[in-house]
Design a protein around this ligand. Structure first.
Ligand code: HEM
Ligand code: PLO
Length: 484
């Protein structure tokens, strides 16, 4: 058990041995809402025991900036958890690995590899545009009485990531694509953050259905990825990497050479690291991007006037004669605001990933001991009425100034910030932009006749997802049912 830090005056919920503060957390609210409620009672900075773990919860943007940015290095650790250890072979990934110098060089390698395919290159744009073309074609010939857009969107985003990571593009019903979608779903269902298994590591000693399902899905994932890795190793050539896996293998080779010269084995990026990074790029790339797209679509169904204004902007600055390109982004500020407002009002990762203090430090002048877990409640920061006018309403205009120019908002951090900021941010932004602009250029989304608008409450699993809903699509002028 970690003792409460001496001299700290961070208000703490009551707690009992073993159970921690859990008996005081009744009500069944998901953590982001529960913490927002507790912040009203205990103040924006409070602590509680999650099982045996002393945990500080941060609910305002000044404290969040301190944790993520100003003292970002102090709080760049990650707790060790049973499920994520299984998922990542004991932290050989980026997101769930604790702070260390190996993690730093691994993260740098991943960052550089992403940059090779990300913003500024036409490569990613071509990959996304080709996935968008198939998605549009599929949506435009779909059920006229209404359908759930989620499977088609997820498949399109998965295809983008597959092309990016190992250079494979799948057709609609490809067996390998189905396998990827299936194991990913299985992991998403079983790894939901904050599950009991992660609070009490000894729970893994008991037979546990969800843990064995997780293991099965991980085995399927590993078989598939190992096969891809072997193929890539056999055909790897000097020069331009073909995809992310090539770039990682090249980086691994560099790291091996560096190890030979300085001789430190612990500092080495291994084949396991390459495999876990590819797996994570998949998981992170698919879940977050498709969920964000589905949230934005859900809000557009609630606000047809917003959809219409985006389409007006597209008609004025792009037209219907050519596809939208990344270079159009500067000309489409309103669409950017719609994307931002979607990520503000429904952040897919409402309490980020748990951080830990890697050294004794402080938040808001209060001592925080090494090893303390810190949760940043981005939900309450994105809904803080002191900083957002009518925070529960979808109003993209709040990201524009009087002159119609984009403004940056200090209380808006959907990707986190600092040493643990999302490595996929620019990739994600480019994808969101290309997907939404292309979809809205070519079609209009409506509710099926008589259907209620989507439920906006959401369901928290590993990410915050909208509940299933149905849409109908109508082609816009110049974009017939062939999707062109
Ligand atoms: C971490 C958001 C897309 C890869 C994170 C974090 C957030 C986030 C909030 C945690 C930051 C923290 O713990 O402080 C998002 C959103 C996305 C998105 C909103 C899309 C809309 C992506 C994509 C990739 C990616 C496309 C990669 C292909 C990662 C990785 C981390 C991460 C590897 C862990 C970083 C670390 O712990 O050092 N993301 N993400 N994300 N994201 Fe994303
Ligand atoms: C999603 C299921 C995959 O099979 C494995 C995976 C890897 C990385 C995780 C991702 C899952 C869920 C969303 C996460 C991402 C890392 C960063 C991202 C947690 C579990 C965010 C934003 O929260």
């Amino acid at each position: 058990r970690s003792p409460p830090p001496a001299g700290s005056s961070i208000p703490c919920l009551p707690w009992l041995p073993v159970l921690g503060s859990l008996p005081w957390l009744a009500g069944g609210l998901p953590p982001h809402l529960l913490f927002t409620q507790l912040a009203h009672r205990y103040g924006a900075l409070f602590a509680l025991y999650i099982g045996p773990h002393y945990t500080v919860v941060v609910n305002n943007h000044q404290h969040a900036r301190e944790v993520l940015l100003h003292r970002g290095k102090d709080f760049a650790g990650r707790p060790s958890m049973v499920t994520t250890n299984l998922l990542t072979r004991g932290g050989k990934d980026i997101a769930f690995s604790d702070y260390s110098s190996l993690w730093k060089s691994h993260r740098r390698l991943v960052h550089n590899s992403f940059a090779l395919f990300g913003e500024g290159t036409s490569r990613l744009q071509d990959i996304v545009l080709s996935a968008v073309d198939s998605l549009c074609a599929e949506l435009l010939c779909s059920e006229r009485r209404g359908f759930d857009p989620s499977p088609a969107v997820t498949r399109a985003v998965t295809n983008v990531v597959c092309t990016l990571v190992f250079g494979t593009t799948y057709c609609h019903s490809d067996a390998e694509l189905q396998e990827v979608l299936q194991y990913n779903n299985g992991i998403v269902e079983t790894i939901a953050r904050g599950g009991l298994v992660d609070i009490y590591p000894w729970m893994k000693l008991f037979p546990n259905r969800s843990l064995s399902k997780l293991n099965e899905c991980i085995a399927v994932r590993d078989r598939l990825l190992t096969h891809k890795l072997e193929e890539h190793k056999a055909s790897l050539r000097e020069g331009e990497p073909r995809d992310l896996l090539d770039a990682l293998l090249m980086g691994q080779a560099d790291s091996r050479r560096a190890e030979k010269s300085c001789g430190s084995e612990d500092e080495r990026i291994t084949e396991d690291h390459v495999l876990m990074t590819a797996a994570e790029a998949f998981g992170a790339g698919v879940e977050t991007t498709s969920t964000t797209l589905l949230w934005i679509l859900a809000y557009l169904l609630h606000h047809p006037e917003v959809q219409q204004r985006v389409q007006q902007e597209l008609d004025e600055h792009v037209g219907s004669e050519r596809p939208v390109r990344a270079s159009d982004r500067g000309r489409l500020p309103y669409l950017d605001c719609v994307i931002n407002e979607g990520m503000r009002i429904r952040p897919v990762s409402p309490v980020l990933i748990p951080h830990t203090a890697v050294t004794d430090s402080s938040i808001g002048g209060h001592c925080v001991c090494r090893g303390t877990r810190v949760l940043v409640n981005m939900w309450s920061i994105h809904h803080d009425p002191e900083h957002w006018d009518e925070p529960d309403l979808f109003k993209p205009d709040r990201f524009l100034d009087d002159q119609g120019q984009r403004v940056s908002r200090p209380c808006f951090l959907p990707f986190g910030a600092g040493p643990r900021v999302c490595v996929g941010e620019s990739l994600a932004r480019l994808e969101l932009f290309l997907f939404l602009s292309s979809l809205l250029q070519r079609m209009t989304f409506r509710l099926p006749d008589g259907a209620p608008p989507p439920n906006l409450k959401g369901k928290l699993g590993v990410v915050l997802q909208p509940l299933p809903y149905k849409v109908v699509v109508a082609p816009r002028a110049g974009w017939g049912s062939a999707g062109q």
